[in-house]
Structure formats: C-alpha cells, structure tokens
Ligand binder design. Sequence first.
Ligand code: CAA
Length: 240
Amino acid sequence: MARMALVTGGTRGIGSEISRALQKAGRTVVASYLGNDQAAEQFLQETGIRTYKFDASKFDECQEGVRKIKEEVGAIEILVNNAGITRDSTLQKMDRDMWDAVMDTNLGSCFNLCKLLFPEMREKHFGRIVNIGSVNGQAGQYGQVNYAAAKSGIHGFTKALAQEGARFGITVNAVAPGYVDTDMVRSVPPDVLQKIIARIPVGRLGTPEDIARGVVFLTADESTFITGSTLSINGGQHMY
Ligand code: CAA
C-alpha cells in the first residue's frame, strides 16, 4: 500500500510542488493549509490531493486535523513541515506579534506535528520527517531576526529529533532552500531582490521543483542511513 504523506502549507508555493512530487513518487498525499481557500480548491481540482484546513501553529488545531486525516485517509508515515510565513522588518521596527507569529508558525508547527505523529511512527518502526529550513536560518538575513531564528531553530530541532528517532526507523532531515520563485520571495522589494539574485552563483532564483526533488530523495524508503542532515538547495548562495 502506498505510504501516506502530509505536507503542511502544501497547497501553494514550494509546498504545492512537494505535494505533487510525492504523489508522482507513488505516495498518498494530503496537504494542509490555513488561509487561501481558493488556492486550495484549485490545487484539489488539479491534483486530486485532499486538503485539510487547520492552523499548524496551534496544537489543538493540529490534533483535530491529524485525527480527521487518520480517520478519512490513514496514518501518516511521511511528514513534511513546510508551513512558513515571513514578517520581515528590522528589529528596530519589529513588534512582539511579528516575532510570535513567525516563531509559532515556522518552528512551533514542527513541534506540534512531530509531537502528534512521532508515537505512531515509533510503533510502526517507520517514519520520514523533513523540515523545511532556509538559507536565511543558516546565514542570517537583514530584516529577519524572527525568521532567521525560527529557521535556525528548525535545524537544531532536526538534529535533536533525528537522534531520538534513529532507533525506531524514523529519519529526520532538513532541506534548506535558498531564494525560490514563490509569492513569499516576490514580496521582497524588487531592488533588494535584485541584489540578492546577483549573489547567487547559479544566477537565478530556485524553482519549487528544485526543492521538491530533495524532499522526495530524503523521504524515499531507501533513504534509511540519512538522518539529522541538512540538504542545502540554494544555487550556491551559501556554502559552508
Ligand atoms: N545590509 C545592511 N544594510 C541594509 C541592508 C543589508 N542587507 N538592507 C538594507 N539596509 C539598510 C538600508 O541601506 C537603509 O539604510 P539607510 O537608512 O542608511 O539608507 C536601512 O537599512 C533601512 O533599509 P530599508 O529602507 O530597506 O528599510 P525598510 O524598513 O523599508 O525595510 C526590510 C527593511 C523589511 C528588511 C527590507 O529591506 C526587506 O524586505 N528586505 C528583504 C528581506 C529578505 O530578504 N527577506 C527574505 C524573504 S523570502 C524568504 O525568507 C524565503 C527564504 O527562506 C529565503
């Protein structure tokens, strides 16, 4: 039977392409989303992938979402923590709400869904978790103390949980995308974005497909010996 995958924020942007690529790889995919009903409906029409509306930053909503998915589709064996937002601003102008929103959505959601899905993965002795980090969590970025801290947190979270999952056949890895051509990156002021692109050795923004390939690789049944790693997919923007 096809393994079940959940992609959070899986109906738009990078998440949408991850959902599609996992489906193409033979997985049964469900995608969660929060706000954009129209995009979710279009995604469902195009892919046939079931969508679930819940706020990944809220533990009780995740609990209810996971319960529904299990009842309607089955147990989740592959989790892609992709849901993410930006609230860019210099620290000078950033208020506490902008900090909390980014921490809760980008990092808190990883805790929520891993906490809910880990016990069953342990019991079954199989699990694949991929957390979507960012080049800006690795290198930092002007105007993103909240986002860089949350994404950097994802990389630490990944390495810690990988150690807890290893005995139970659960791998936990991160993908760190660079600047990818999505709505999120298109909202960066054009002059700032041009300067960033000029620093990407490959000379272009990434595509959602560039990122999805990495997720398919890390979640393959055969990828049993890759855990606690970060796969950077950034066109050479940051090498370390
Ligand atoms: N380094 C040093 N100084 C910088 C700087 C930088 N990178 N960027 C801007 N500054 C300076 C400016 O020159 C300016 O200085 P002066 O006042 O002396 O001229 C000062 O900082 C203020 O800059 P802005 O006018 O740009 O300030 P702002 O408040 O209007 O905007 C900002 C600040 C919100 C951070 C804006 O510059 C911005 O949006 N930057 C892009 C941030 C970014 O890259 N976000 C990534 C989003 S995509 C993503 O996150 C996906 C992913 O994972 C990669």
